[in-house]
Design a protein around this ligand. Structure first.
Ligand code: SF4
Length: 113
C-alpha cells in the first residue's frame, strides 16, 4: 500500500467516522423530547370523545395568562411525584399544570382550621 493510498484510506475512514458520529448524535437527539414540548396528553392516545371535550373547552398545554393556569384551577389535581402533568376533573384526564381551558376556576383558598 503506497503512502497516497494509505492517506486516502485513513482520510475516508475519518470521514465515515465523522458522518457516523453525526448520525448517532442526531439519532440520540431524536429520542429526546423537544425542549419546548409540554404535552401531558398525547392527542393520538385520546379517543374522539376526549379530543372533542378538550376542543370544546379550548384546552391548551400552555396558558397565555400566567395568572390562569391549570395549577391554580379548582379542578386540577397535581401529580404527587412533582411532574408538571396532573389530572383535570373536567377533562377527566391529564392536564398540564401550565395549561388552561375555558372552564378555569380559581382554586378556593384553604379555610382556616
Ligand atoms: S378545568 Fe381547565 S383550567 Fe381547570 S384544570 Fe382542567 S383543563 Fe385546566
Amino acid at each position: 500500500m503506497s503512502n497516497v493510498t494509505r492517506r486516502s484510506f485513513f482520510g475516508l475512514g475519518l470521514k465515515v467516522s465523522v458522518v457516523g458520529a453525526a448520525a448517532l448524535g442526531l439519532g440520540a437527539c431524536a429520542k429526546q423530547p423537544a425542549a419546548s414540548s409540554t404535552a401531558c396528553a398525547d392527542a393520538s392516545n385520546l379517543n374522539a370523545s376526549e379530543q372533542s371535550l378538550r376542543a370544546s373547552f379550548k384546552y391548551v398545554e400552555q396558558s397565555a395568562d400566567p395568572a390562569k393556569v391549570c395549577g391554580g384551577c379548582e379542578f386540577f389535581t397535581a401529580d404527587a411525584s412533582g411532574s408538571a402533568c396532573g389530572d383535570c376533573k373536567i377533562l377527566t384526564g391529564a392536564a398540564n399544570s401550565l395549561g388552561y381551558c375555558t372552564s378555569w376556576a380559581a382554586r378556593a383558598a384553604a379555610l382556616p382550621a
